[in-house]
Design a protein around this ligand. Structure first.
Ligand SMILES: Nc1nc2c(ncn2[C@@H]2O[C@H](COP(=O)(O)OP(=O)(O)OP(=O)(O)O)[C@@H](O)[C@H]2O)c(=O)[nH]1
Ligand SMILES: [Mg+2]
Ligand SMILES: [Zn+2]
Length: 354
C-alpha cells in the first residue's frame, strides 16, 4: 500500500475527491509521455490514459505532471476526471497561436532558475514571476552556477531591486554552495517545480537534492557552459527530505498567457505609482500630476522597469483580445472603421467625390 499523503494528498484533495462526479480511485500524475500518463495510486504505480469521451472535453485541464486525478484501475488505468487545480504553471505555446501549455500542476513553490553564465536577465525574470504569481504558486529565485561567477552579490542585488519580497539565493549544484537555503522549501508532501531556460541546471539540482534519483543530465561538451537539451519529459521526484520536486523541460522563450493578476503582483511598485496619478486615465506621457513620470525623474522608478511593465501589459492585452472573441470582434470593427475612414479620405483626396 502506498500512502498518497506522501505524494501531496491532503484533506483539501480528499474533499475535492469526495465531490468528484466520477467514481474511481485517486491518483497523481508523475510523468507524461505523449498521451500516456504514469500515475501513482494507493496500490502502486500504473500507466493510464484519458477516457475517450474526455479527449476533447478537458481543454486546459488536460492532465500534466502534478495533477490529481480520478482513475478506473485496469491493466491500463483510465483517467475519468481531473481534480480542480490548486495552482498551475501556464505558458503560451511558442509561436503565433493562442494555445496555452500547462507545464506543471499543484505546485506549492516554484524555483525560478537563472544561471550566472549567460542566462541572467531581470526582464525575463519579471516574465517568469508574472507566470508564477498568476498560477497561484510561490516563487523563489535561484541563481545557479555561482562557482563560475565571482560576482554573485551584484546579481542578487539586481533581483532584489525588481522583486524585493521574493526570496533569492545563489547556489552551485557542483560544489553544494548555498543549497542549505533551499531546505525550508523542501517540506514533506509539498511540491516544488524547477523552471527556467534550458541549461540553467534544473536537472542537476534535482539530482543533487534527490541523492541521485536517476535523472539524466548531459555533461557539457568542450566547455560549452550552456549544456544541451536533455530533459524530454516532466517528472516528479522525492528529495532527501521527502518533498516532491518536478523537473520541467527548459523553455527557450517564455510567453505569458492572459490575466493581469500576476503582472500586478510582480510590478506592485509600478501599480502603486500608477494608482497615485492625478487623472484616472493618465497616459503617463507628461500630464500634470503624473506620479509615474515623477518617480522616474526622481530615480524611484527605473525607466527600464517601467518599459518592461508596459511591454508585458501590451502583450497581455493582445493575448486577451485574441482569446476573447468579443474583444477581437470589437477591435476588428474598430479596424474596419479606421480603414474605411482611411479609404474615404483617400478617395476624397483623389477627388472622386466631385
Ligand atoms: N559550473 C556549474 N555547472 C553546472 C551547475 N549546475 C549544472 N551545471 C551544468 O550545466 C549543464 C546543464 O545542466 P542541466 O541540469 O542539464 O540543465 P537543465 O536546466 O536541466 O537543462 P534542460 O533539461 O535542457 O532544460 C550541465 O553540463 C551541468 O553539469 C553548477 O552549479 N555549476
Ligand atoms: Mg533538464
Ligand atoms: Zn501618470
Amino acid at each position: 500500500m502506498i500512502d498518497l499523503n506522501e505524494w501531496g494528498w491532503n484533506q483539501d484533495w480528499e474533499a475535492k475527491y469526495r465531490r468528484a462526479s466520477q467514481q474511481g480511485e485517486p491518483a497523481r500524475i508523475i510523468a507524461t509521455y505523449q498521451g500516456l500518463f504514469r500515475v501513482v495510486t494507493e496500490s502502486g504505480e500504473a500507466w493510464a490514459e484519458v477516457a475517450g469521451r474526455l479527449r476533447y472535453a478537458l481543454g486546459s485541464l488536460w492532465p500534466v505532471t502534478g495533477d490529481f486525478v480520478v482513475i478506473r484501475p485496469g491493466s491500463r488505468a483510465i483517467i475519468v476526471e481531473v481534480l480542480d487545480r490548486a495552482s498551475e504553471l501556464v505558458r503560451k505555446q511558442p509561436g503565433d497561436t493562442t494555445a496555452h501549455q500547462t507545464v506543471a500542476a499543484n505546485v506549492d513553490t516554484t524555483f525560478l532558475m537563472q544561471s550566472l553564465d549567460r542566462d541572467f536577465n531581470v526582464r525575463r525574470l519579471e516574465r517568469y514571476l508574472t507566470m508564477v504569481w498568476q498560477g497561484r504558486s510561490q516563487p523563489v529565485v535561484i541563481l545557479t552556477k555561482v562557482d563560475i561567477n565571482a560576482n554573485t552579490d551584484a546579481f542578487i542585488e539586481q533581483v532584489v531591486r525588481i522583486a524585493p519580497d521574493t526570496p533569492v539565493y545563489g547556489i552551485s549544484s557542483t560544489t553544494g554552495y548555498g543549497l542549505e537555503h533551499l531546505t525550508p522549501y523542501l517540506i514533506p508532501g509539498h511540491t516544488v517545480a524547477c523552471v527556467g531556460s534550458s541549461g540553467v541546471g534544473k536537472s542537476t539540482l534535482i539530482n543533487r537534492l534527490c541523492d541521485g534519483a536517476g535523472q539524466r543530465t548531459q555533461e557539457t561538451r568542450n566547455g560549452d557552459q550552456r549544456g544541451r537539451h536533455t530533459t524530454t519529459h516532466r517528472e516528479l521526484f522525492f528529495t532527501a527530505e521527502r518533498a516532491l520536486i518536478i523537473d520541467t523541460p527548459g523553455m527557450r522563450e517564455l510567453q505569458l498567457s492572459e490575466g493581469d493578476l500576476g503582472l500586478d503582483l510582480t510590478f506592485h511598485d509600478v501599480v502603486t505609482w500608477v494608482s497615485q496619478c492625478r487623472y484616472r486615465n493618465c497616459q503617463h506621457q507628461g500630464e500634470p500630476g503624473c506620479m509615474v513620470q515623477a518617480a522616474i525623474n526622481s530615480g524611484d522608478l527605473d525607466s527600464d522597469r517601467w518599459d518592461a511593465y508596459r511591454k508585458l501589459q501590451r502583450e497581455l492585452e493582445h493575448q486577451d483580445r485574441r482569446s476573447n472573441p468579443k474583444a477581437m470582434a470589437e477591435s476588428r470593427e474598430q479596424w474596419k472603421k479606421l480603414s474605411k475612414a482611411g479609404r474615404l479620405n483617400r478617395r476624397a483626396k483623389e477627388g472622386r467625390f466631385r
